[in-house]
Design a protein around this ligand. Structure first.
Ligand SMILES: [Zn+2]
Length: 416
């Protein structure tokens, strides 16, 4: 079976031009003594909006790997796929994020539920777990309630996994089960029950992406109580270790944090927690690379800056259309959005300062940043004009893409 390396980082690249710059950040990490493998991810939604095919991500990843002579593992992620969308990804991908969030809460067969509860007597009483203070508060009724909520979703993951395994040889791809795109976080008790069910379904999951407490808005920092997140994250680490031993799940199984990018205020606690128990981590950053493209173009001035300004004007004019698909994962205070005429008066460094995720900078505007984060459709519609600006200013853009991943993400998590 293809084993996932201990540390992996999901890197999104909406326009497929920054693979080398992204990989460059991992090369720098390796030179600093930390091995992180890239996982290039692009979801069905992003492909639909940009009109690209999953094969393009494979081409980009392979080209970056060849150019930088990267000899360590790397992956192409069929990101957030379900039974309806998986087929287009099967050939190009070797990492499958099975998204079953929509199946949570769907009723499963009573007989199946009875059998699950009868089989898992070990989950019908309080469970003591190494590394966890106190114990997990389970009993037969709670187990039944939790299984009633999640069993159908795990079985759905099993169906998607089987569908992929029918086409590709089993063991030639990495499997992730994701339940993060749902409003309610999963508790450590729920995670344990979910993992028992994952094992029952014979899904060789190597990463699991729960929904954590707090807000994971796109491109901006974590909103929530950091101490509570830390307790939950540490409990989840302990639950995973326990479940691997108890249910025979792959020993490489680790947490996947679908960060929505830039959750800087929890990086420190994640770093501390994984180091203390020697756990692995898959950290997914999403559209942060696209925003670095805009920053690079703005700083380049001329046509680059003109494009950056236009993307903002257009995105603001199409606010509802662009924000709609992301409504659950953005919090924009529209009163704080600058007028397009004002933005047209900004020079490149001023535009970049409003956009760059530097919370210490007085010009940083998280509302501006979130709107642009979901505004990539506007750049996609510019087509060749946008792409040739990326080509013309490739150097400054790549500089920002690489520096952002290395300094703001990899260093605080793995090097510090
Ligand atoms: Zn996700």
């Amino acid at each position: 079976m293809i084993s996932i390396p201990k540390y992996t980082m999901g890197v999104g690249d909406r326009f497929g031009r920054q693979g080398k710059a992204q990989l460059g950040a991992m090369v720098a990490a390796r030179e600093a003594g930390v091995r992180i493998s890239p996982v290039w991810n692009k979801s069905f939604r992003e492909h639909s909006i940009i009109h690209t095919e999953p094969a393009s991500v494979r081409i980009e990843a392979d080209a970056a790997v060849a150019a930088l002579e990267w000899d360590a593992p790397y992956f192409v992620d069929a990101d957030h796929i379900n039974l309806k969308t998986v087929d287009g990804f099967v050939e190009a991908s070797d990492f499958f994020t099975l998204d079953v969030a929509d199946a949570i809460g769907q009723p499963c067969d009573d007989a199946v539920l009875d059998a699950f509860v009868a089989k898992h007597t070990e989950l019908c009483a309080a469970v003591t777990i190494e590394g966890l203070e106190g114990c997990l508060d389970l009993n037969a009724d709670r187990l039944r309630a939790i299984a009633g909520k999640y069993l159908f979703a795990v079985q759905e993951a099993g169906r998607i996994y089987q569908h992929v395994a029918d086409v590709r040889a089993a063991g030639t791809f990495v499997t992730e089960v994701s339940m993060d795109e749902t409003p309610e976080p999963q508790t450590p008790e729920e995670l344990l029950v979910i993992l028992a069910a994952v094992a029952d379904e014979n899904i060789p999951a190597q990463t699991i992406a729960p929904r954590f407490s707090g807000r994971f808005n796109k491109g901006v920092d974590y909103v929530g109580e950091v101490a509570a997140f830390e307790r939950e994250f540490r409990a989840d680490l302990a639950v995973i270790k326990h479940a691997v031993a108890a249910y025979g799940l792959p020993s490489t199984l680790k947490l996947s944090v679908h960060s929505g990018s830039d959750k800087f205020s929890i990086y420190l606690v994640i770093a501390r927690a994984i180091r203390e128990v020697d756990a692995g981590l898959h950290l997914k950053t999403a559209g942060t690379t696209w925003l670095e493209e805009l920053i690079g173009l703005a700083e380049a001035g001329g046509e680059g800056l003109a494009i950056a300004r236009e993307v903002y004007r257009e995105a603001l004019g199409r606010y509802d259309e662009l924000c709609g698909p992301y409504a659950d994962v953005i919090d924009i205070d529209t009163d704080q959005l600058p007028k397009p005429d004002e933005v047209d008066g900004w020079d490149g460094p001023r535009y970049a300062a409003a956009l760059r995720h530097d919370q210490a900078c007085p010009h940083y505007n998280p509302n501006f940043r979130q709107l642009l984060h979901v505004g990539y459709k506007v750049a996609a519609e510019m087509g060749e004009r946008y792409l040739s600006a990326l080509t013309e200013h490739a150097e400054i853009v790549a500089h920002h893409v690489r520096k952002n991943l290395l300094d703001r993400h990899i260093r605080p998590l793995w090097i510090n």
